[in-house]
Design a protein around this ligand. Structure first.
Ligand code: GLN
Length: 248
């Protein structure tokens, strides 16, 4: 058997469903057999492939990721599609993690991007992917007086009781801070919507991803805070209602 087949067999035995693709990616990553062995062992031990490689592909481009940082999910590309379709020249990515979502939207629109993130580990990674990453809780670290055409946010939204049901790679290798959304999973979304009016341009939109079951509750929450909201798959798009808002 050649080296590639041996690698595939090891990965498959370790439970990697896409062993063939993963073997090809690992082989493409290094010419050094010792480094290949190190990476293979990490993967066999269960580290997510993206953490082993040090990058994740999202919306057709590669972004730096590292152990301890949430890996952008392919499903979230739908949120990017919707944000890009709306358009805008200023984008805020809240709870940005690696920054990949904001980066994808800003890249497509050639827009100016601001990112905010609480976890210093993610902040360090995001700074390798995007400019202007502010460290702190939600909107707190942002410079005052900005109004964004688009706010994109994947807050942690898994209800605390359901963390145990997540796939092993998420549960064991991604930070709880990026997943745990409190009792109903919406603790962060609630806080984000409560302050969104201070940060959205008058015709701006906030797009957030939650689970399908949570989407109706998020629409209701948005309405409570005086917004209008629509659901497309698992993305909730929040805009101001027709009522005039006081200018800052
Ligand atoms: N269920 C989502 C996932 O693992 C959770 C995402 C999140 O809470 N940030 O993809």
């Amino acid at each position: 058997m050649d080296a590639r087949r041996i690698l595939e067999t090891r990965l498959r035995a370790a439970g990697c469903v896409f062993a063939e693709e993963e073997a090809a990616l690992l082989l493409a990553e290094t010419d050094d057999p010792a480094e290949l062995e190190r990476m293979t062992q990490l993967r066999v031990d269960g580290l997510p492939l993206e953490h082993v490689l040090g990058w994740a592909e999202f919306y057709g481009r590669r972004y730096v990721v590292a152990p301890g940082v949430f890996v952008p999910r392919p499903r979230t590309e739908h949120l990017v599609d919707l944000a890009v379709a709306r358009g805008g020249t200023t984008v805020l990515d809240l709870c940005c993690g690696s920054g990949a979502i904001g980066a994808a939207v800003a890249h497509e629109l050639q827009a100016e991007l601001y990112c905010a993130e609480l976890d210093p580990v993610a902040v360090a990674v995001a700074r390798q992917n995007v400019p202007r990453v502010f460290e702190g809780d939600l909107y707190d670290p942002l410079p005052r007086g900005l109004a964004f055409d688009l706010i994109v946010v994947i807050a942690p939204y898994v209800p605390t009781d359901e963390i145990d049901l997540l796939p092993h790679e998420a549960r064991d290798f991604e930070p709880l801070l990026a997943l745990d959304g409190g009792t109903d999973g919406l603790a962060l979304v609630r806080r984000i919507l409560a302050e969104a009016g201070d940060w959205l341009a008058l015709d701006g939109a906030l797009l957030t991803e939650v689970s399908e079951e949570q989407a109706p509750a998020v629409v209701e929450l948005a309405e409570t805070y005086g917004f209008a909201a629509t659901v497309d798959e698992t993305v909730v798009t929040v805009t101001r209602t027709g009522s005039p808002s006081p200018l800052p």
